[in-house]
Design a binder for this molecule. Structure first.
Ligand SMILES: [Mn+2]
Length: 338
């Protein structure tokens, strides 16, 4: 755990600042929720604030207040660069490696502004002026809550909605093993703002598109492999599946968790063949470390039980063969993880 110096921060923010908040590519509920909460809190204190994300986020997150104000770098590059150049303060939320903000990296690095990182991923590699990092917590939103609390900020209703969304999504609706009494205490505080939590769950989980259902159909029907000897199950989607089902960003959110609901399965993966390469999500139960697995073989990383990876210039078929081959090296680990 790394803590920032709150005394210095309080002093620093006693002057009005021009703040850019950013988060990782393909923002999820935690990334966007944390960003909006910081946005709200600092805007209400009279600072000039904007959120810039590397690329778009799924439509189902549009309900998060102020998400319509977010600047999307790859759609509005000039505006984003203008805001980055004039900023004197940066918040890096829910990521700890510049490679996760794509092209924004070079523009941000040219600016010597004050940098604050709040994150819960392993192995931070960003040098920031202030860091709040805790890899034993399930969401950045929880850290943002504590950060704002330490700075004595009053939360707005919008910020409470945003943080609740971040915690629910990154905790698998309070299911993952990093959920703690602290998580629930923060949730209890957020509920005291009279947020409509049922509405948030409805927005997040009862908002499926037909394309999502069709893609899930493909996964369950034909694109599904179980490697019983390794307690592993995978889904995959080809370029053709995406095209046939009219894939939209966010459609496959959560699919990777489904194989884990099978009895005895401890490791699951979802392989998606996009035009620019294969994106992979990994999930595990108990001790099997998918962060290590993805770092070792799929140029990715994340957390022990949830990680991402990618493959460029190799066919989906070859990638699945390769995956099967390396499973052999983990047979003992996978069999002792049940
Ligand atoms: Mn997160």
């Amino acid at each position: 755990m790394i803590n920032p110096n709150y005394k210095i921060l309080i002093e620093y923010f006693s002057e009005k600042r021009r703040i850019v908040i950013t988060t990782h590519r393909s923002p999820d509920g935690d990334a966007l929720g944390s960003s909006v909460a910081i946005f709200e809190a600092f805007k209400n204190q009279g600072h000039e604030v904007c959120i810039i994300v590397p690329n778009s986020f799924p439509d189902y997150l549009n309900f998060i207040p102020n998400s319509n104000e977010v600047i999307i770098f790859d759609q509005d590059e000039n505006k984003a660069i203008y805001e980055i150049n004039k900023a004197d303060t940066f918040f890096f939320l829910d990521f700890n490696d510049y490679c996760r903000i794509d092209l924004m990296e070079s523009y941000i690095l040219k600016n010597n502004g004050y940098k604050i990182m709040i994150d819960h991923h392993q192995s931070p590699s960003i040098l920031a002026n202030q860091v709040l990092s805790d890899t034993t917590i399930c969401s950045t939103a929880e850290l943002v809550y504590e950060f704002l609390n330490e700075l004595d900020f009053n939360l707005s209703l919008n910020a409470a909605i945003a943080l609740y969304t971040g915690i629910v999504t990154d905790s698998g609706s309070f299911k993952y093993n990093l959920v703690s009494s602290r998580t629930h205490l923060i949730i209890s505080k957020l509920l005291s703002y009279n947020i409509n939590h049922s509405e948030i769950h409805k927005n997040l989980y009862d908002n499926n598109s037909i394309s999502r259902m069709k893609l899930l159909g493909r996964c369950l029907n034909s694109n599904f492999k179980i490697f019983q000897d390794f307690n592993t199950a995978i889904f995959y989607l080809t370029k053709k599946d995406l095209e046939d089902c009219e894939f939209k960003k966010g459609d496959t959110e959560g699919f990777v968790n489904m194989p884990l609901s099978l009895k005895g399965i401890v490791f699951s993966a979802l392989f998606i063949e996009h035009l620019d390469g294969i994106k992979i999500s990994f999930r595990s139960k108990s001790n099997f470390d998918v962060n290590k697995f993805s770092r070792n073989h799929f140029s990715g990383g994340g957390h022990k039980n949830a990680a991402g990876g990618k493959v460029d210039n190799i066919s989906l078929e070859k990638t699945l063969e390769f995956f099967k081959t390396i499973l052999d090296n983990y047979k003992n680990e996978l069999n002792s993880s049940t």
